[in-house]
Design a protein around this ligand. Structure first.
Ligand code: SAM
Length: 280
């Protein structure tokens, strides 16, 4: 007799139990799924990377439109279902992996576009991960509405932060449309929005500057209520006159708070002597 007591349980459609701990809220509204795929502006030959294909609702549409589709799913049981479903589709690869552990550029092995109804417990890490070069030619994400607001926030607002500045330094972020919780099964507790991120032709920071820039910006927002003189002193272990000299060189008032600085001002600060490219 075959012992199948260790085989994962399946529902009538053949899917394993939903794992809320993996942010599994499946999008069931066909119209919204189509709008997300449309927002990628695929022309037919592109390599598409999908983050978290889940039960394959978006994957089905992308598989018809992409030249090559690589879908990265962490849940082993779901990855297995998808592998079987697309076994005969030569252009679809299911990669069973933690998206944060894979190099997206290496996986694509060439130019690519990125899309995902991402798991909300790791939205910000995924957005930062996707900023590592070689970056996608464009990305479309379904995220919590609050994250969409942070991506397009203006300096001085409470939503403006390290995510806003790091993305703005290399890309343009647009909120395309909102998605109500009822479009998912099971529905999440928050509202959602679809955003598109398109790299700037001329980024504010180079590839080599990106890491020290991120450390500067994250360090500064870690002290968002402090004045810039104090922020620089703490981050770079310099005295007040040295901090004032850097701020004078970059035309930044020493008394302002980091949350009021534009991405361009952060980029200028990074390049100012004496801490040019030195990591905080
Ligand atoms: N794309 C599907 C949809 O629209 O219905 C599913 C979206 S669901 C919000 C997020 C998916 O990401 C789930 O399938 C979940 O298992 C997967 N996931 C969670 N953590 C992941 C990780 N670290 N790496 C890759 N996929 C992950």
């Amino acid at each position: 007799m075959i012992d199948d007591s260790r085989a994962p349980r399946r529902d009538r459609a053949g899917f394993p139990p939903t794992r809320k701990s993996l942010g599994q809220h499946f999008l069931t509204d066909k119209r919204i799924l189509t709008r997300i795929a449309d927002a990628l502006h695929l022309e037919g030959g592109e390599t598409v990377l999908e983050i978290g294909p889940g039960r394959g609702a978006l994957t089905d549409i992308l598989a018809e439109r992409a030249g090559r589709l690589i879908a990265i799913e962490y849940d082993r049981a779901l990855a297995e279902v998808l592998r079987q479903r697309y076994a005969k589709k030569g252009n679809v690869l299911i990669a069973e992996a933690d998206v944060l552990e894979v190099s997206l550029g290496e996986l694509a092995a060439g130019p690519y576009v990125l899309v995902g109804n991402v798991p909300y417990y790791i939205t910000t890490p995924i957005l930062f991960h996707a900023l590592v070069p070689p970056r996608a030619q464009r990305s479309v994400y379904l995220v919590q509405r609050e994250v969409a607001e942070r991506l397009s926030a203006a300096p001085g607002t409470k939503e403006y932060g390290a995510l806003t500045v790091n993305v703005a330094a290399v890309a343009k972020a647009e909120t395309l449309f909102k998605v109500a919780a009822g479009a998912f099964s099971p529905p999440p507790k928050v509202e959602s929005a679809v955003v598109r991120i398109t790299p700037l032709a001329t980024p504010l920071v180079s590839e080599e500057e990106q890491r020290p820039f991120r450390l500067l910006v994250q360090g500064a927002f870690g002290m968002r209520r402090k004045q810039m003189r104090r922020v620089l002193r703490s981050l770079y272990a310099i005295d007040a006159p040295a901090a004032d000299a850097v701020l004078a060189e970059t035309n930044i008032d020493p008394d302002v708070r980091p949350e009021t600085l534009s991405p361009e001002q952060f980029a200028k600060l990074l390049r100012a002597e004496p801490h040019k490219l030195r990591e905080p």
